[in-house]
Design a protein around this ligand. Sequence first.
Ligand SMILES: Nc1ncnc2c1ncn2[C@@H]1O[C@H](COP(=O)(O)OP(=O)(O)OP(=O)(O)O)[C@@H](O)[C@H]1O
Ligand SMILES: [Mg+2]
Length: 353
Amino acid sequence: MPIRVLEPEVAGRIAAGEVVERPSSVVKELLENSLDAGATRIDVTTTGGGIGSIVVSDNGVGIPEVDVPLVFQQFATSKINRSEDLNSINTLGFRGEAMYSISAVSEVELITRAVDEKVGVNINILEGNVGVISPAAANVGTKVAVRNLFINFPARKKFLRSQKSETGRIATLVKRYSMIWPEISFSLSQEGTRFFSTTGSGSFRDVIAAVYGVETSNGMILIDSQGIDPEYLGPTLGGIIGSPSQTRANRSHINIFVNGRYIQNRTLSYAFEQAYHGLVGHRRFPIGVLDLRLSGETVDVNVHPAKTEVRFLNESEVFGVVQSTVRDSLLSSSNVQGVSSRPVDNSAILDQA
Ligand SMILES: Nc1ncnc2c1ncn2[C@@H]1O[C@H](COP(=O)(O)OP(=O)(O)OP(=O)(O)O)[C@@H](O)[C@H]1O
Ligand SMILES: [Mg+2]
Protein backbone atom coordinates (compact mmCIF):
# COMPACT_ATOMS: atom_id res chain seq x y z
CA MET A 1 0.00 0.00 0.00
CA PRO A 2 1.28 3.48 -0.76
CA ILE A 3 1.88 5.80 2.18
CA ARG A 4 -1.10 8.04 2.87
CA VAL A 5 -1.92 10.58 5.54
CA LEU A 6 -4.87 9.23 7.52
CA GLU A 7 -8.27 10.89 7.32
CA PRO A 8 -8.89 13.10 10.38
CA GLU A 9 -11.61 10.75 11.58
CA VAL A 10 -9.23 7.78 11.65
CA ALA A 11 -6.43 9.84 13.17
CA GLY A 12 -8.81 11.03 15.91
CA ARG A 13 -9.76 7.51 16.82
CA ILE A 14 -6.14 6.43 17.01
CA ALA A 15 -5.28 9.36 19.29
CA ALA A 16 -8.33 8.57 21.41
CA GLY A 17 -7.15 4.99 21.70
CA GLU A 18 -4.22 6.23 23.77
CA VAL A 19 -6.04 8.74 25.96
CA VAL A 20 -9.47 7.17 26.39
CA GLU A 21 -8.90 3.61 27.42
CA ARG A 22 -12.16 3.28 29.33
CA PRO A 23 -14.94 5.39 30.90
CA SER A 24 -12.82 6.22 33.95
CA SER A 25 -10.19 7.77 31.62
CA VAL A 26 -12.85 10.26 30.50
CA VAL A 27 -13.74 11.07 34.09
CA LYS A 28 -10.06 11.59 34.87
CA GLU A 29 -9.53 14.02 32.00
CA LEU A 30 -12.67 16.00 32.82
CA LEU A 31 -11.77 16.18 36.50
CA GLU A 32 -8.28 17.37 35.68
CA ASN A 33 -9.69 20.11 33.46
CA SER A 34 -11.99 21.26 36.25
CA LEU A 35 -9.11 21.28 38.71
CA ASP A 36 -6.91 23.24 36.31
CA ALA A 37 -9.78 25.73 35.95
CA GLY A 38 -9.55 26.46 39.68
CA ALA A 39 -12.90 24.92 40.59
CA THR A 40 -13.84 24.59 44.27
CA ARG A 41 -16.83 22.40 43.52
CA ILE A 42 -16.92 19.49 41.09
CA ASP A 43 -19.94 17.24 40.53
CA VAL A 44 -19.71 13.98 38.62
CA THR A 45 -22.72 11.98 37.41
CA THR A 46 -22.54 8.76 35.42
CA THR A 47 -24.94 6.20 34.01
CA GLY A 48 -24.36 2.82 32.42
CA GLY A 49 -20.92 2.51 34.00
CA GLY A 50 -19.93 5.70 32.18
CA ILE A 51 -20.78 4.31 28.74
CA GLY A 52 -24.28 5.81 28.82
CA SER A 53 -23.22 9.20 30.12
CA ILE A 54 -20.59 11.03 32.11
CA VAL A 55 -21.38 14.57 33.21
CA VAL A 56 -18.82 16.69 35.03
CA SER A 57 -19.72 20.19 36.12
CA ASP A 58 -17.50 22.69 37.86
CA ASN A 59 -17.50 26.26 39.12
CA GLY A 60 -14.09 27.05 37.64
CA VAL A 61 -13.16 30.01 35.46
CA GLY A 62 -15.11 28.79 32.43
CA ILE A 63 -14.06 29.08 28.79
CA PRO A 64 -14.32 32.39 26.90
CA GLU A 65 -16.75 32.11 23.99
CA VAL A 66 -14.02 32.82 21.41
CA ASP A 67 -12.04 29.83 22.66
CA VAL A 68 -14.91 27.35 22.71
CA PRO A 69 -14.45 25.98 19.15
CA LEU A 70 -10.74 25.42 19.89
CA VAL A 71 -11.40 23.15 22.86
CA PHE A 72 -11.96 20.19 20.55
CA GLN A 73 -8.98 20.75 18.30
CA GLN A 74 -5.96 18.55 18.73
CA PHE A 75 -2.99 20.29 20.41
CA ALA A 76 -5.14 23.27 21.36
CA THR A 77 -4.42 24.19 24.97
CA SER A 78 -4.44 27.26 27.19
CA LYS A 79 -1.90 25.68 29.54
CA ILE A 80 1.40 25.74 27.73
CA ASN A 81 2.68 27.89 24.95
CA ARG A 82 6.30 27.31 24.08
CA SER A 83 8.44 24.24 23.94
CA GLU A 84 10.32 25.39 27.08
CA ASP A 85 7.05 25.22 28.99
CA LEU A 86 7.23 21.44 28.76
CA ASN A 87 10.24 21.60 31.08
CA SER A 88 8.16 22.93 33.93
CA ILE A 89 4.52 21.86 33.88
CA ASN A 90 2.38 23.24 36.67
CA THR A 91 -1.04 22.14 35.46
CA LEU A 92 -2.54 18.67 35.25
CA GLY A 93 -3.24 19.03 31.53
CA PHE A 94 -0.79 20.29 28.93
CA ARG A 95 -1.21 18.29 25.71
CA GLY A 96 -4.38 19.80 24.27
CA GLU A 97 -5.38 16.27 23.51
CA ALA A 98 -8.08 15.12 25.95
CA MET A 99 -11.19 16.91 24.68
CA TYR A 100 -10.21 16.21 21.09
CA SER A 101 -9.82 12.51 21.84
CA ILE A 102 -12.98 12.22 23.91
CA SER A 103 -15.05 13.94 21.25
CA ALA A 104 -13.68 11.60 18.56
CA VAL A 105 -15.28 8.58 20.25
CA SER A 106 -18.48 9.92 21.79
CA GLU A 107 -21.14 12.63 21.71
CA VAL A 108 -20.10 15.66 23.72
CA GLU A 109 -22.11 18.62 24.93
CA LEU A 110 -20.26 21.55 26.49
CA ILE A 111 -21.91 24.36 28.40
CA THR A 112 -19.63 27.02 29.75
CA ARG A 113 -19.61 30.57 30.97
CA ALA A 114 -16.38 32.47 31.52
CA VAL A 115 -15.98 34.66 34.59
CA ASP A 116 -16.35 37.94 32.74
CA GLU A 117 -19.17 36.93 30.40
CA LYS A 118 -22.86 37.62 31.07
CA VAL A 119 -24.31 34.52 29.45
CA GLY A 120 -23.02 31.08 28.77
CA VAL A 121 -22.68 29.11 25.55
CA ASN A 122 -23.59 25.63 24.49
CA ILE A 123 -21.96 23.50 21.81
CA ASN A 124 -22.45 19.91 20.66
CA ILE A 125 -19.84 17.70 19.04
CA LEU A 126 -20.93 14.53 17.33
CA GLU A 127 -18.20 12.09 16.33
CA GLY A 128 -15.68 14.89 16.12
CA ASN A 129 -17.90 17.28 14.14
CA VAL A 130 -18.18 20.57 16.01
CA GLY A 131 -21.68 22.09 15.88
CA VAL A 132 -22.76 25.71 16.15
CA ILE A 133 -22.37 27.71 19.31
CA SER A 134 -25.61 28.88 20.86
CA PRO A 135 -26.28 31.01 23.95
CA ALA A 136 -27.23 29.18 27.14
CA ALA A 137 -28.20 30.17 30.64
CA ALA A 138 -25.38 29.05 32.90
CA ASN A 139 -23.49 29.92 36.05
CA VAL A 140 -19.80 30.69 35.76
CA GLY A 141 -18.01 27.41 35.18
CA THR A 142 -18.14 24.48 32.81
CA LYS A 143 -20.30 21.44 32.34
CA VAL A 144 -19.25 18.67 29.99
CA ALA A 145 -21.60 15.82 29.13
CA VAL A 146 -20.13 12.82 27.33
CA ARG A 147 -22.72 10.39 25.99
CA ASN A 148 -22.57 7.06 24.17
CA LEU A 149 -18.87 6.55 24.70
CA PHE A 150 -17.19 4.35 22.07
CA ILE A 151 -20.32 4.58 19.92
CA ASN A 152 -18.08 4.39 16.84
CA PHE A 153 -15.38 2.25 18.41
CA PRO A 154 -16.83 -1.26 18.88
CA ALA A 155 -13.38 -2.78 19.27
CA ARG A 156 -12.75 -0.74 22.40
CA LYS A 157 -16.18 -1.32 23.81
CA LYS A 158 -15.73 -5.07 23.52
CA PHE A 159 -12.78 -5.01 25.91
CA LEU A 160 -14.58 -3.22 28.71
CA ARG A 161 -15.45 -5.12 31.82
CA SER A 162 -18.96 -5.25 33.25
CA GLN A 163 -20.91 -2.09 33.96
CA LYS A 164 -20.40 -2.76 37.66
CA SER A 165 -16.66 -2.93 37.33
CA GLU A 166 -16.51 0.30 35.27
CA THR A 167 -18.73 2.00 37.85
CA GLY A 168 -16.31 0.87 40.54
CA ARG A 169 -13.30 2.22 38.68
CA ILE A 170 -14.95 5.61 38.34
CA ALA A 171 -15.74 5.68 42.06
CA THR A 172 -12.14 4.80 42.94
CA LEU A 173 -10.88 7.57 40.70
CA VAL A 174 -13.18 10.28 42.07
CA LYS A 175 -12.31 9.25 45.63
CA ARG A 176 -8.63 9.39 44.80
CA TYR A 177 -8.87 12.95 43.47
CA SER A 178 -10.98 14.03 46.41
CA MET A 179 -8.30 12.77 48.77
CA ILE A 180 -5.57 14.97 47.38
CA TRP A 181 -7.76 18.04 46.95
CA PRO A 182 -9.44 18.26 50.38
CA GLU A 183 -10.26 21.93 49.83
CA ILE A 184 -12.49 21.04 46.89
CA SER A 185 -15.98 19.73 47.34
CA PHE A 186 -16.56 16.67 45.14
CA SER A 187 -19.73 14.72 44.60
CA LEU A 188 -20.37 11.54 42.68
CA SER A 189 -23.75 10.17 41.62
CA GLN A 190 -23.92 6.86 39.81
CA GLU A 191 -26.97 5.26 38.23
CA GLY A 192 -29.19 7.90 39.82
CA THR A 193 -27.88 7.54 43.38
CA ARG A 194 -25.67 10.02 45.22
CA PHE A 195 -22.78 7.78 46.02
CA PHE A 196 -20.08 9.89 47.55
CA SER A 197 -19.30 13.47 48.49
CA THR A 198 -16.75 15.57 50.32
CA THR A 199 -17.26 18.89 52.03
CA GLY A 200 -14.22 20.78 50.77
CA SER A 201 -13.23 21.63 54.36
CA GLY A 202 -9.53 21.40 53.48
CA SER A 203 -8.84 18.68 56.03
CA PHE A 204 -7.20 15.40 55.01
CA ARG A 205 -8.93 13.74 57.94
CA ASP A 206 -12.36 14.74 56.64
CA VAL A 207 -11.77 13.39 53.14
CA ILE A 208 -10.28 10.19 54.49
CA ALA A 209 -13.35 9.80 56.69
CA ALA A 210 -15.52 10.16 53.56
CA VAL A 211 -13.47 7.54 51.70
CA TYR A 212 -12.49 5.01 54.38
CA GLY A 213 -14.79 5.85 57.30
CA VAL A 214 -14.30 7.85 60.49
CA GLU A 215 -12.58 5.09 62.42
CA THR A 216 -9.82 4.60 59.87
CA SER A 217 -9.42 8.35 59.52
CA ASN A 218 -9.04 8.85 63.27
CA GLY A 219 -6.37 6.17 63.46
CA MET A 220 -4.25 7.73 60.73
CA ILE A 221 -1.32 10.08 61.18
CA LEU A 222 -1.08 13.49 59.57
CA ILE A 223 2.27 14.30 58.03
CA ASP A 224 3.40 17.53 59.60
CA SER A 225 5.11 19.76 57.06
CA GLN A 226 4.95 22.89 59.23
CA GLY A 227 8.56 22.89 60.41
CA ILE A 228 10.11 23.07 56.94
CA ASP A 229 12.60 25.89 56.44
CA PRO A 230 11.00 28.40 54.00
CA GLU A 231 14.37 28.68 52.22
CA TYR A 232 14.30 24.95 51.41
CA LEU A 233 13.28 24.43 47.79
CA GLY A 234 13.60 20.65 47.52
CA PRO A 235 10.86 18.04 47.48
CA THR A 236 8.44 17.99 50.41
CA LEU A 237 5.93 15.42 51.51
CA GLY A 238 2.53 16.11 53.08
CA GLY A 239 -0.62 14.03 53.37
CA ILE A 240 -1.87 11.43 55.79
CA ILE A 241 -0.60 7.91 56.49
CA GLY A 242 -1.94 4.82 58.18
CA SER A 243 -0.61 3.69 61.52
CA PRO A 244 1.20 0.34 61.37
CA SER A 245 -1.92 -1.45 62.55
CA GLN A 246 -3.91 -0.19 59.56
CA THR A 247 -2.46 -2.38 56.86
CA ARG A 248 -4.00 -4.02 53.82
CA ALA A 249 -3.22 -7.15 51.83
CA ASN A 250 -2.20 -5.21 48.72
CA ARG A 251 -0.78 -1.87 47.60
CA SER A 252 -3.98 -0.43 46.20
CA HIS A 253 -4.43 1.95 49.13
CA ILE A 254 -1.07 3.60 48.69
CA ASN A 255 -2.14 6.77 46.89
CA ILE A 256 0.77 8.75 45.53
CA PHE A 257 0.37 12.23 44.11
CA VAL A 258 3.05 14.40 42.59
CA ASN A 259 2.08 18.08 42.48
CA GLY A 260 -1.58 17.06 42.77
CA ARG A 261 -1.37 14.43 40.01
CA TYR A 262 -2.14 10.79 40.82
CA ILE A 263 0.76 8.66 39.68
CA GLN A 264 1.96 5.12 39.82
CA ASN A 265 5.56 4.79 40.83
CA ARG A 266 7.19 1.70 42.22
CA THR A 267 10.13 3.54 43.69
CA LEU A 268 7.98 5.88 45.77
CA SER A 269 5.68 3.10 46.79
CA TYR A 270 8.75 1.17 47.93
CA ALA A 271 10.10 4.15 49.84
CA PHE A 272 6.76 4.41 51.63
CA GLU A 273 6.69 0.71 52.47
CA GLN A 274 10.29 0.79 53.67
CA ALA A 275 9.42 3.48 56.20
CA TYR A 276 7.23 0.85 57.90
CA HIS A 277 10.10 -1.64 57.96
CA GLY A 278 9.86 -3.76 61.09
CA LEU A 279 6.45 -2.32 61.98
CA VAL A 280 4.14 -4.28 59.73
CA GLY A 281 3.89 -7.98 59.10
CA HIS A 282 5.02 -9.94 56.07
CA ARG A 283 2.99 -9.18 52.92
CA ARG A 284 1.00 -6.46 54.66
CA PHE A 285 1.00 -3.01 53.09
CA PRO A 286 0.50 0.39 54.70
CA ILE A 287 -2.15 2.82 53.50
CA GLY A 288 -1.75 6.51 52.89
CA VAL A 289 -2.20 9.62 50.82
CA LEU A 290 1.21 10.95 49.87
CA ASP A 291 1.23 14.54 48.70
CA LEU A 292 4.64 15.04 47.16
CA ARG A 293 5.43 18.57 46.03
CA LEU A 294 8.48 19.53 44.06
CA SER A 295 9.54 22.10 41.51
CA GLY A 296 8.06 21.43 38.05
CA GLU A 297 11.61 21.64 36.68
CA THR A 298 12.70 18.56 38.58
CA VAL A 299 9.98 16.24 37.38
CA ASP A 300 9.00 15.16 33.87
CA VAL A 301 5.29 14.38 33.50
CA ASN A 302 5.41 14.08 29.73
CA VAL A 303 6.26 10.39 29.86
CA HIS A 304 3.07 8.46 29.29
CA PRO A 305 -0.12 9.23 27.30
CA ALA A 306 -2.27 8.84 30.42
CA LYS A 307 0.12 11.07 32.42
CA THR A 308 0.20 8.51 35.23
CA GLU A 309 3.96 8.11 35.16
CA VAL A 310 6.60 10.68 35.97
CA ARG A 311 10.39 10.80 35.95
CA PHE A 312 12.37 12.55 38.63
CA LEU A 313 15.59 14.40 37.97
CA ASN A 314 16.91 13.18 41.30
CA GLU A 315 15.10 10.01 42.16
CA SER A 316 17.19 9.07 45.17
CA GLU A 317 16.56 12.47 46.77
CA VAL A 318 12.79 12.01 46.34
CA PHE A 319 13.05 8.46 47.66
CA GLY A 320 14.90 9.74 50.75
CA VAL A 321 12.38 12.50 51.43
CA VAL A 322 9.42 10.11 51.24
CA GLN A 323 11.05 7.48 53.39
CA SER A 324 12.42 9.78 56.07
CA THR A 325 9.33 12.01 56.31
CA VAL A 326 7.05 9.01 56.69
CA ARG A 327 9.41 7.37 59.20
CA ASP A 328 9.67 10.59 61.25
CA SER A 329 5.89 10.99 61.26
CA LEU A 330 5.50 7.41 62.48
CA LEU A 331 8.12 7.89 65.18
CA SER A 332 6.62 11.08 66.52
CA SER A 333 3.11 9.68 66.56
CA SER A 334 1.67 8.50 69.84
CA ASN A 335 0.08 5.61 67.92
CA VAL A 336 3.49 4.10 67.27
CA GLN A 337 5.82 3.06 70.05
CA GLY A 338 9.14 1.34 70.49
CA VAL A 339 10.36 1.92 66.95
CA SER A 340 13.99 2.07 66.00
CA SER A 341 14.87 5.28 64.18
CA ARG A 342 17.79 3.62 62.43
CA PRO A 343 17.58 4.70 58.78
CA VAL A 344 17.22 1.94 56.27
CA ASP A 345 19.89 1.79 53.59
CA ASN A 346 18.38 3.20 50.41
CA SER A 347 20.81 2.07 47.78
CA ALA A 348 19.85 -1.59 47.68
CA ILE A 349 16.19 -0.67 47.75
CA LEU A 350 16.50 1.67 44.80
CA ASP A 351 18.14 -1.06 42.76
CA GLN A 352 15.24 -3.40 43.39
CA ALA A 353 12.49 -0.89 42.79
N1 LIG B 1 -13.59 22.48 32.75
C1 LIG B 1 -12.91 23.39 32.07
N2 LIG B 1 -12.82 24.68 32.52
C2 LIG B 1 -12.12 25.62 31.86
N3 LIG B 1 -11.44 25.37 30.71
C3 LIG B 1 -11.49 24.13 30.20
C4 LIG B 1 -12.22 23.08 30.85
N4 LIG B 1 -12.09 21.97 30.09
C5 LIG B 1 -11.31 22.29 29.05
N5 LIG B 1 -10.95 23.59 29.10
C6 LIG B 1 -10.12 24.32 28.11
O1 LIG B 1 -10.00 23.53 26.96
C7 LIG B 1 -8.63 23.27 26.65
C8 LIG B 1 -8.50 21.89 26.05
O2 LIG B 1 -8.76 20.90 27.04
P1 LIG B 1 -7.99 19.50 26.94
O3 LIG B 1 -8.31 18.72 28.14
O4 LIG B 1 -8.27 18.92 25.62
O5 LIG B 1 -6.46 19.93 26.92
P2 LIG B 1 -5.48 20.31 28.13
O6 LIG B 1 -6.15 20.17 29.42
O7 LIG B 1 -4.92 21.63 27.81
O8 LIG B 1 -4.34 19.19 27.96
P3 LIG B 1 -4.51 17.59 28.18
O9 LIG B 1 -4.80 16.99 26.85
O10 LIG B 1 -3.19 17.17 28.72
O11 LIG B 1 -5.63 17.39 29.12
C9 LIG B 1 -7.88 23.48 27.95
O12 LIG B 1 -6.53 23.86 27.72
C10 LIG B 1 -8.71 24.58 28.61
O13 LIG B 1 -8.32 25.85 28.14
MG1 LIG C 1 -7.14 18.42 29.95
